[in-house]
Design a protein around this ligand. Structure first.
Ligand SMILES: Cc1cc2nc3c(=O)[nH]c(=O)nc-3n(C[C@H](O)[C@H](O)[C@H](O)COP(=O)(O)OP(=O)(O)OC[C@H]3O[C@@H](n4cnc5c(N)ncnc54)[C@H](O)[C@@H]3O)c2cc1C
Length: 393
């Protein structure tokens, strides 16, 4: 059986892996438009190692990832590290990891801190599905009060979703807070592969190649259609018995694929600048959210999470999300702002690069679950979908 998988991100690679585990009779070809594999999990060389183009870590509940990494033989390289957090307000970084730091934080009243703490600690008790049609904004205000919302949640939601924040579902907020409440005294407990996520992508790709799967980079799928006579799917003119799409459903229809979503799904883009530095800038903190206005929503001190010695330099990410594609000056605007804000000279920067992905993830709007398509459909024989927007999300 000939199968074509569109996209070599984690979904495409793991779909191929799952199929080849079931049978070696599947003849699989993965087509990838970029010149590298991995999609949002691609990496670049940095110092002595590799660094993800978009920051990554995993959570204790990512059981499928753990299973996969066991099968690939890299589970033992998964390390559990502490991710400390802070907030950048009025030109100053406030650490917000330990209870004492939170108590000392001057931009929330004691009552706001109490309500916020109660909500965070109780988040796991909510059934997120029940809050599908409630807005995240109204929910946060109801649970934590207007002033805690304004000074804590609003900057986070604005940074993550921009103007789309008012459409976001409370189900997303509840799940996100619950996922992020695995904390110890030193910070959030987060997992990271010793050799980076590059080791996951590369070992997955190696296993696939070993089993005869072709991975063709620089090969965008531009024409997809069903041939009623042969009962096969034509992908760029080549016929396959089945197709698995892992791409943004809106882009799928642009290349001739079926409309797999009833309604409108919103995707957001991400722009991440990774920077190799001669010195540390976030006061030893891993994740600093920006409450001040800046062309990025967070400064992520990667080497305050993963030991600096691995790279021989400090590495930070400037992370920003967008709904409307940013203008061509984003790189310069991000860099200029960062240098000025953190009193850095250009000579203190070893290297930098900006990665932009327009379809970085679906926006979990109110009613999102009803939009999620099933993996396969009776009326679309031989057509399947997987990916960030799919059922298993
Ligand atoms: C900034 C950022 C940070 C993140 N951090 C985390 C984290 O810490 N922890 C976590 O668990 N998750 C994180 N994620 C999410 C995680 O990266 C994604 O869920 C996962 O990588 C999605 O994989 P995917 O294969 O579904 O999609 P993608 O990685 O988007 O893969 C889709 C692939 O399809 C290719 N493609 C698109 N169109 C075509 C075409 N026409 N023809 C051929 N190929 C095509 C794309 O180039 C891409 O390679 C993060 C995401 C972002 C953007």
């Amino acid at each position: 059986m000939d199968i074509c998988i569109i996209g070599s991100g984690l979904s495409g690679l793991s779909a191929a892996y799952a199929l080849l585990k079931k049978s070696d009779k599947f003849n699989i070809t993965i087509l990838e438009k970029k010149d590298v594999i991995g999609g949002c999990l691609s990496s670049s060389r940095a110092g002595r190692g590799y660094i993800e183009d978009f920051y990554h870590h995993c959570f204790s509940g990512d059981t499928e990832l753990f299973e996969l990494s066991k099968e690939l033989g890299i589970y033992d390289s998964l390390e559990w590290l502490s991710g400390s957090t802070g907030y950048y307000v009025n030109g100053k970084i406030y650490p917000l990891t330990t209870p004492v730091e939170i108590l000392k934080y001057p931009h929330l009243s004691l009552i706001d801190k109490f309500r916020l703490g109660k909500f965070v600690l109780g988040a796991k008790k909510y059934d997120a599905a029940e809050y599908e049609d409630v807005g995240a904004v109204e929910f946060a205000i109801e649970k934590c009060g207007k002033s805690a919302y304004k000074s804590f949640f609003e900057p986070l939601l604005r940074g993550k979703f921009g103007d789309a924040k008012d459409k976001v579902s409370a189900a997303w907020l509840i799940s996100r807070v619950a996922i992020r409440s695995d904390r110890k005294a030193g910070g959030e407990r987060l997992g990271y592969f010793r050799d980076g996520y590059n080791s996951l992508i590369e070992s997955l790709a190696a296993k696939l190649k070993e089993r005869g799967c072709a991975i063709n980079t620089d090969t965008p799928v531009t024409a997809l259609k069903y041939n009623g006579e042969t009962k096969k799917w034509s992908v760029n003119g080549v016929e396959y018995d089945a197709v698995i799409s892992t791409i943004d459903p809106r882009k799928l229809t642009e290349i001739g694929g079926p409309k797999i979503i009833d309604g409108e799904i919103h995707f957001q883009g991400a722009a991440c600048m990774s920077i190799g530095l001669k010195r540390e800038v976030t006061d030893g903190i891993y994740w600093v959210n920006m409450r001040d206005d800046a062309p990025y929503a967070a400064v992520i001190g990667h080497t305050n999470f993963v030991p600096r010695e691995r790279y021989g330099e400090d590495i930070v990410y400037l992370a920003s999300y967008f709904c409307k594609k940013p203008d061509g000056n984003l790189e310069e605007r991000m860099l200029e702002d960062f240098l000025k804000r953190f009193n850095l000279g250009r000579d203190e920067i070893n290297w930098y690069h900006l990665t932009i992905e327009e379809s970085a993830g679906p926006i979990y709007t109110k009613g999102y679950r009803r939009l999620i398509p099933s993996a396969g459909r009776e009326d679309l024989k031989g057509f399947y979908c997987a990916g960030m927007f799919s059922e298993e999300n």
